[in-house]
Design a binder for this molecule. Structure first.
Ligand SMILES: [Zn+2]
Length: 268
């Protein structure tokens, strides 16, 4: 399923596989003057191509290599002959078929490998110039696109909530914090964050500060409980009550425990 919304010049495309009448997980892509940022998942590739139809489309940038961001790369490349760019570390990951967990295959599907090129430092459209920022943490090949005149920042999966309780098992919390601190230093008063789950934070810097404050406070709690020799799962239960159901559904790929363990590791 695909739906769209507009934020001035920006078209937000929300995509997700519908099963039993429910969309399992919404992923956003953004279209600005022929620049498409991310391409959703494989299950919605045909719908995205159809939606884009004859619309202006000059190039694609993937924020990182995860399967819910590159799913329509090949279809768009074949249909429109587009050039696709990503972080140099993402290039060899997108150019081949990567193994997926069972839940990933169900929710997003296998992206067909596509030929992408290393992105340069800036991306220009007719009216806008985007700085390509390295923002690792969620993935080591994660980039964000920042348009300084407009204050727009397309931040992919780097930041999705002010009080996120779960992490993927391969995320790096210190990397995430460092990347968010980098965004706080961007030379704009108003930073508008366009996230890959579709949430748009119009006062992005305040939202980032609140998230960093939340992580700091959480780290303090984890540290105190670890000091009393509680193990990570006991610490999780003390702070959050219990694990989320998503941890079971994803075989531990997404979990509260991952966040607690990362915060414990980050203290050492
Ligand atoms: Zn991701």
């Amino acid at each position: 399923m695909i739906k769209h919304d507009r934020y001035g010049e920006i078209v937000q495309l929300m995509m997700g596989r519908k099963m039993n009448g429910t969309v399992l997980y919404w992923t956003a892509a953004y279209l600005v003057e022929g620049l498409l940022i991310d391409t959703g998942c494989a299950h919605t590739a045909a719908e995205l191509c159809q939606f884009l139809g004859e619309k202006e489309l000059a190039l694609v940038v993937n924020t990182h290599h995860h399967e819910d961001h590159i799913g329509a790369n090949l279809a768009l490349q074949q249909q429109r002959g587009l050039q696709i760019y990503a972080h140099p570390l993402a290039v060899p990951l997108i150019n081949r078929r990567l193994p997926l967990r069972q839940y990933q295959e169900m929710v997003w599907g296998y992206p067909e490998p596509s030929q992408v090129l290393p992105v340069s430092d800036t991306i220009a459209t007719r009216s806008y110039s985007f700085q390509v920022l390295e923002t690792p943490g969620h993935a080591s090949d994660h980039i964000s696109l920042f348009e300084p005149e407009q204050g727009w920042c397309f931040s992919g999966d780097l930041f999705v909530s002010e009080n996120q309780k779960m992490l993927r098992s391969d995320e790096d919390i210190d990397g995430i914090i460092g990347s968010l601190e980098k965004l706080l230093l961007l030379p704009v008063k108003e930073l508008i964050l366009f996230t890959s789950i579709g949430r748009v934070f119009t006062d992005g810097k305040s939202s980032i500060r609140r998230y960093l404050g939340y992580l700091e406070s959480l780290r303090g709690q984890v540290d105190r409980l670890a000091g009393r020799s509680l193990d990570p799962s006991e610490i999780r239960d003390r702070i959050f009550g219990r694990e989320t159901r998503l941890a079971e559904l994803t075989g531990g790929h997404f979990s509260v425990l991952n966040l607690v363990e990362q915060l414990m590791g980050a203290q050492q």
